[in-house]
Write a protein that binds this ligand. Structure first.
Ligand code: NDP
Ligand code: 8X3
Length: 252
Protein backbone atom coordinates (compact mmCIF):
# COMPACT_ATOMS: atom_id res chain seq x y z
CA UNK A 1 0.00 0.00 0.00
CA UNK A 2 1.27 3.44 -0.87
CA UNK A 3 0.25 6.85 0.44
CA UNK A 4 0.47 9.28 -2.47
CA UNK A 5 0.21 13.07 -2.18
CA UNK A 6 -0.60 14.86 -5.44
CA UNK A 7 -0.59 18.65 -5.67
CA UNK A 8 -2.89 20.24 -8.25
CA UNK A 9 -5.32 17.32 -8.42
CA UNK A 10 -8.38 19.42 -9.36
CA UNK A 11 -7.63 19.25 -13.07
CA UNK A 12 -5.53 17.88 -15.92
CA UNK A 13 -2.42 15.82 -15.16
CA UNK A 14 -2.88 15.83 -11.37
CA UNK A 15 -6.49 14.67 -11.56
CA UNK A 16 -5.63 11.94 -14.07
CA UNK A 17 -2.74 10.80 -11.85
CA UNK A 18 -5.04 10.51 -8.83
CA UNK A 19 -7.41 8.33 -10.85
CA UNK A 20 -4.56 6.24 -12.32
CA UNK A 21 -3.21 5.53 -8.83
CA UNK A 22 -6.60 4.88 -7.25
CA UNK A 23 -7.18 1.33 -6.10
CA UNK A 24 -7.98 -0.35 -2.81
CA UNK A 25 -4.26 -0.62 -2.00
CA UNK A 26 -3.30 3.03 -2.37
CA UNK A 27 -4.31 5.99 -0.23
CA UNK A 28 -4.46 9.38 -1.91
CA UNK A 29 -3.93 12.86 -0.54
CA UNK A 30 -5.30 15.26 -3.15
CA UNK A 31 -4.68 18.98 -3.04
CA UNK A 32 -5.59 22.17 -4.88
CA UNK A 33 -7.42 25.45 -4.31
CA UNK A 34 -10.84 24.46 -5.70
CA UNK A 35 -12.41 22.56 -2.83
CA UNK A 36 -15.58 21.56 -4.69
CA UNK A 37 -13.51 19.81 -7.34
CA UNK A 38 -11.46 18.01 -4.70
CA UNK A 39 -14.67 16.78 -3.05
CA UNK A 40 -16.07 15.57 -6.40
CA UNK A 41 -12.83 13.74 -7.21
CA UNK A 42 -12.65 12.17 -3.75
CA UNK A 43 -16.25 10.95 -4.13
CA UNK A 44 -15.57 9.52 -7.60
CA UNK A 45 -12.45 7.69 -6.42
CA UNK A 46 -14.09 6.33 -3.27
CA UNK A 47 -17.09 5.02 -5.19
CA UNK A 48 -15.24 3.58 -8.21
CA UNK A 49 -11.99 2.36 -6.67
CA UNK A 50 -12.62 2.12 -2.91
CA UNK A 51 -9.39 4.05 -2.20
CA UNK A 52 -9.17 6.14 0.92
CA UNK A 53 -8.84 9.83 0.05
CA UNK A 54 -7.78 12.83 2.12
CA UNK A 55 -8.45 16.35 0.85
CA UNK A 56 -6.13 19.27 1.57
CA UNK A 57 -7.29 22.59 0.17
CA UNK A 58 -4.51 25.19 0.00
CA UNK A 59 -2.60 27.55 -2.26
CA UNK A 60 0.98 26.35 -2.80
CA UNK A 61 2.15 30.00 -2.91
CA UNK A 62 1.12 30.57 0.69
CA UNK A 63 3.91 29.17 2.87
CA UNK A 64 1.87 29.29 6.11
CA UNK A 65 -1.04 27.50 4.41
CA UNK A 66 1.33 24.84 3.07
CA UNK A 67 2.85 24.32 6.53
CA UNK A 68 -0.58 24.11 8.20
CA UNK A 69 -1.94 21.74 5.56
CA UNK A 70 0.94 19.26 5.80
CA UNK A 71 0.95 19.50 9.61
CA UNK A 72 -2.80 18.79 9.63
CA UNK A 73 -2.34 15.38 8.00
CA UNK A 74 -3.42 12.78 10.59
CA UNK A 75 -0.57 10.72 12.08
CA UNK A 76 -1.73 7.52 10.39
CA UNK A 77 -1.52 9.23 6.96
CA UNK A 78 1.90 10.80 7.49
CA UNK A 79 3.91 7.92 6.01
CA UNK A 80 3.88 9.57 2.58
CA UNK A 81 5.49 7.25 0.04
CA UNK A 82 5.10 9.43 -3.04
CA UNK A 83 4.87 13.19 -3.51
CA UNK A 84 3.85 14.33 -6.98
CA UNK A 85 4.73 18.03 -7.24
CA UNK A 86 2.36 18.83 -10.07
CA UNK A 87 0.59 22.13 -9.17
CA UNK A 88 1.71 24.84 -11.54
CA UNK A 89 0.79 27.09 -14.41
CA UNK A 90 1.88 29.29 -17.28
CA UNK A 91 0.51 32.80 -17.60
CA UNK A 92 0.93 34.81 -20.79
CA UNK A 93 2.82 34.31 -24.03
CA UNK A 94 4.17 37.83 -24.53
CA UNK A 95 7.75 38.71 -25.40
CA UNK A 96 9.73 39.58 -22.28
CA UNK A 97 9.44 43.35 -22.81
CA UNK A 98 5.64 43.12 -22.75
CA UNK A 99 5.30 40.61 -19.90
CA UNK A 100 3.18 41.20 -16.82
CA UNK A 101 4.99 41.38 -13.48
CA UNK A 102 1.91 39.88 -11.75
CA UNK A 103 2.05 36.89 -14.11
CA UNK A 104 5.79 36.47 -13.52
CA UNK A 105 5.31 36.55 -9.74
CA UNK A 106 2.51 34.02 -9.92
CA UNK A 107 4.50 31.56 -12.07
CA UNK A 108 7.65 31.84 -9.96
CA UNK A 109 5.68 31.61 -6.70
CA UNK A 110 3.65 28.59 -7.86
CA UNK A 111 6.04 26.56 -10.01
CA UNK A 112 9.26 27.11 -8.07
CA UNK A 113 8.54 28.37 -4.55
CA UNK A 114 5.32 26.37 -4.14
CA UNK A 115 7.10 23.16 -5.14
CA UNK A 116 9.84 23.97 -2.61
CA UNK A 117 7.38 24.80 0.20
CA UNK A 118 5.50 21.51 -0.19
CA UNK A 119 8.74 19.53 -0.49
CA UNK A 120 10.20 21.26 2.58
CA UNK A 121 7.40 19.89 4.77
CA UNK A 122 7.15 16.44 3.19
CA UNK A 123 10.87 15.58 2.95
CA UNK A 124 11.39 15.28 6.77
CA UNK A 125 8.56 12.71 6.88
CA UNK A 126 10.31 10.70 4.14
CA UNK A 127 13.70 11.01 5.85
CA UNK A 128 12.18 9.69 9.07
CA UNK A 129 10.92 6.56 7.31
CA UNK A 130 14.14 6.26 5.23
CA UNK A 131 12.16 5.94 1.99
CA UNK A 132 10.08 7.96 -0.42
CA UNK A 133 9.67 9.11 -3.99
CA UNK A 134 9.34 12.70 -5.17
CA UNK A 135 8.13 13.20 -8.74
CA UNK A 136 8.39 16.77 -10.01
CA UNK A 137 6.40 17.79 -13.07
CA UNK A 138 8.78 19.74 -15.26
CA UNK A 139 8.14 20.47 -18.92
CA UNK A 140 9.57 20.65 -22.40
CA UNK A 141 9.84 24.29 -21.29
CA UNK A 142 12.49 23.13 -18.80
CA UNK A 143 14.54 21.55 -21.59
CA UNK A 144 14.20 24.26 -24.24
CA UNK A 145 13.08 27.86 -24.51
CA UNK A 146 10.75 29.30 -27.13
CA UNK A 147 9.59 32.81 -28.11
CA UNK A 148 7.11 34.09 -25.53
CA UNK A 149 8.01 31.30 -23.09
CA UNK A 150 10.58 33.36 -21.16
CA UNK A 151 9.55 33.28 -17.46
CA UNK A 152 7.51 30.06 -17.68
CA UNK A 153 10.55 28.37 -19.28
CA UNK A 154 12.76 29.77 -16.51
CA UNK A 155 10.51 28.26 -13.84
CA UNK A 156 10.57 24.84 -15.50
CA UNK A 157 14.36 25.01 -15.98
CA UNK A 158 14.42 25.64 -12.22
CA UNK A 159 12.27 22.55 -11.65
CA UNK A 160 14.79 20.48 -13.60
CA UNK A 161 17.71 21.91 -11.58
CA UNK A 162 15.89 21.42 -8.27
CA UNK A 163 15.08 17.83 -9.24
CA UNK A 164 18.73 17.01 -9.92
CA UNK A 165 19.86 18.76 -6.74
CA UNK A 166 17.20 17.06 -4.61
CA UNK A 167 18.33 13.68 -5.94
CA UNK A 168 21.90 14.36 -4.79
CA UNK A 169 20.87 15.63 -1.35
CA UNK A 170 18.34 12.88 -0.67
CA UNK A 171 20.13 9.84 -2.08
CA UNK A 172 21.59 8.97 1.32
CA UNK A 173 18.07 8.88 2.75
CA UNK A 174 16.94 6.31 0.19
CA UNK A 175 14.55 8.82 -1.42
CA UNK A 176 13.99 8.61 -5.17
CA UNK A 177 13.68 11.91 -7.04
CA UNK A 178 12.27 11.97 -10.56
CA UNK A 179 11.07 14.42 -13.16
CA UNK A 180 8.44 14.01 -15.84
CA UNK A 181 8.74 16.64 -18.56
CA UNK A 182 5.63 16.72 -20.74
CA UNK A 183 5.28 18.61 -24.00
CA UNK A 184 1.86 19.76 -25.30
CA UNK A 185 -0.84 18.20 -23.12
CA UNK A 186 -4.46 19.27 -23.51
CA UNK A 187 -5.72 20.17 -20.03
CA UNK A 188 -6.88 23.49 -18.56
CA UNK A 189 -3.27 24.68 -18.95
CA UNK A 190 -3.83 26.84 -22.05
CA UNK A 191 -7.12 28.30 -20.75
CA UNK A 192 -5.15 29.47 -17.70
CA UNK A 193 -2.19 30.62 -19.81
CA UNK A 194 -4.43 32.76 -22.04
CA UNK A 195 -6.37 34.17 -19.08
CA UNK A 196 -9.62 32.39 -19.96
CA UNK A 197 -9.52 32.85 -23.77
CA UNK A 198 -11.02 29.46 -24.64
CA UNK A 199 -10.71 29.92 -28.41
CA UNK A 200 -6.99 30.66 -28.24
CA UNK A 201 -6.58 27.73 -25.85
CA UNK A 202 -8.39 25.38 -28.25
CA UNK A 203 -6.30 26.60 -31.21
CA UNK A 204 -3.15 25.48 -29.37
CA UNK A 205 -4.18 21.88 -29.99
CA UNK A 206 -5.41 22.28 -33.60
CA UNK A 207 -4.06 20.15 -36.45
CA UNK A 208 -2.44 17.39 -34.38
CA UNK A 209 -3.19 15.00 -31.53
CA UNK A 210 -1.88 16.43 -28.26
CA UNK A 211 -1.16 14.40 -25.16
CA UNK A 212 -3.88 14.27 -22.50
CA UNK A 213 -3.57 14.08 -18.72
CA UNK A 214 -3.99 10.28 -18.80
CA UNK A 215 -0.89 9.90 -21.01
CA UNK A 216 1.26 11.59 -18.39
CA UNK A 217 -0.52 9.77 -15.56
CA UNK A 218 0.42 6.45 -17.20
CA UNK A 219 4.09 7.47 -17.15
CA UNK A 220 3.89 8.56 -13.51
CA UNK A 221 2.20 5.26 -12.57
CA UNK A 222 4.98 3.33 -14.34
CA UNK A 223 7.61 5.31 -12.39
CA UNK A 224 5.85 4.76 -9.06
CA UNK A 225 5.46 1.04 -9.66
CA UNK A 226 9.15 0.30 -10.22
CA UNK A 227 10.81 -1.90 -7.59
CA UNK A 228 12.62 -0.17 -4.69
CA UNK A 229 16.07 -0.35 -6.35
CA UNK A 230 14.93 1.37 -9.58
CA UNK A 231 14.53 5.13 -9.93
CA UNK A 232 13.48 6.54 -13.30
CA UNK A 233 15.21 9.90 -13.08
CA UNK A 234 13.71 11.78 -15.99
CA UNK A 235 11.10 11.17 -18.69
CA UNK A 236 10.53 13.64 -21.52
CA UNK A 237 7.20 12.89 -23.25
CA UNK A 238 5.82 14.60 -26.36
CA UNK A 239 3.03 14.10 -28.85
CA UNK A 240 4.26 12.21 -31.93
CA UNK A 241 3.54 15.36 -33.96
CA UNK A 242 5.83 17.55 -31.79
CA UNK A 243 9.58 17.27 -32.44
CA UNK A 244 10.61 20.24 -30.28
CA UNK A 245 9.05 23.31 -28.68
CA UNK A 246 8.90 24.90 -32.15
CA UNK A 247 8.88 22.07 -34.72
CA UNK A 248 5.51 20.46 -35.43
CA UNK A 249 3.76 18.23 -37.91
CA UNK A 250 0.41 20.06 -37.90
CA UNK A 251 -2.28 19.44 -40.55
CA UNK A 252 -4.09 22.76 -40.50
P1 NDP B 1 -4.26 22.36 -15.30
O1 NDP B 1 -4.47 23.83 -15.37
O2 NDP B 1 -5.30 21.47 -15.88
O3 NDP B 1 -3.98 21.93 -13.79
C1 NDP B 1 -3.17 22.69 -12.95
C2 NDP B 1 -3.35 22.23 -11.51
O4 NDP B 1 -2.45 23.00 -10.68
C3 NDP B 1 -4.76 22.47 -11.01
O5 NDP B 1 -5.18 21.36 -10.24
C4 NDP B 1 -4.61 23.68 -10.13
O6 NDP B 1 -5.52 23.60 -9.03
C5 NDP B 1 -3.19 23.53 -9.60
N1 NDP B 1 -2.62 24.81 -9.19
C6 NDP B 1 -2.25 25.86 -9.96
N2 NDP B 1 -1.85 26.89 -9.20
C7 NDP B 1 -1.97 26.48 -7.90
C8 NDP B 1 -1.74 27.10 -6.65
N3 NDP B 1 -1.27 28.35 -6.57
N4 NDP B 1 -1.98 26.40 -5.52
C9 NDP B 1 -2.44 25.13 -5.60
N5 NDP B 1 -2.68 24.49 -6.74
C10 NDP B 1 -2.47 25.16 -7.89
O7 NDP B 1 -2.84 22.12 -16.02
P2 NDP B 1 -1.94 20.79 -16.20
O8 NDP B 1 -2.57 19.62 -15.61
O9 NDP B 1 -1.52 20.76 -17.61
O10 NDP B 1 -0.67 21.25 -15.34
C11 NDP B 1 -0.10 20.46 -14.32
C12 NDP B 1 1.41 20.66 -14.35
O11 NDP B 1 1.93 20.18 -15.58
C13 NDP B 1 1.87 22.11 -14.23
O12 NDP B 1 2.98 22.16 -13.38
C14 NDP B 1 2.27 22.46 -15.66
O13 NDP B 1 3.24 23.48 -15.71
C15 NDP B 1 2.82 21.14 -16.13
N6 NDP B 1 2.90 20.94 -17.56
C16 NDP B 1 1.78 21.05 -18.35
C17 NDP B 1 1.89 20.85 -19.72
C18 NDP B 1 0.73 21.02 -20.63
O14 NDP B 1 0.96 21.18 -21.86
N7 NDP B 1 -0.51 20.98 -20.16
C19 NDP B 1 3.16 20.46 -20.32
C20 NDP B 1 4.26 20.42 -19.40
C21 NDP B 1 4.11 20.62 -18.07
P3 NDP B 1 -6.45 24.81 -8.48
O15 NDP B 1 -6.63 25.78 -9.62
O16 NDP B 1 -7.69 24.13 -8.03
O17 NDP B 1 -5.64 25.35 -7.36
C1 8X3 C 1 3.75 23.19 -21.13
C2 8X3 C 1 4.24 22.93 -22.51
O1 8X3 C 1 5.18 23.98 -24.65
O2 8X3 C 1 3.45 25.21 -23.47
O3 8X3 C 1 4.76 23.16 -20.18
O4 8X3 C 1 5.68 25.10 -22.59
S1 8X3 C 1 4.66 24.38 -23.32
Amino acid sequence: MKTILITGATSGIGRATAIAMANDNNRLIITGRREERLKELAHEIQVKFKSEVLILCFDVRDKEAVKNAINSIPKEWKNIDVLVNNAGLALGFEPIQEGSIEDWDNMIDSNVKGLLYVSHHVIPLMIEQNSGHIINIGSIAGKEVYPGGNVYCATKHAVEAITKAMRMDLVKHNIKVSQVAPAATETEFSIVRYHGDEKRAKDTYKGYKPLVGEDIANVIKFMIEQPPHVCINDVFVAPTAQASATVWNKKL
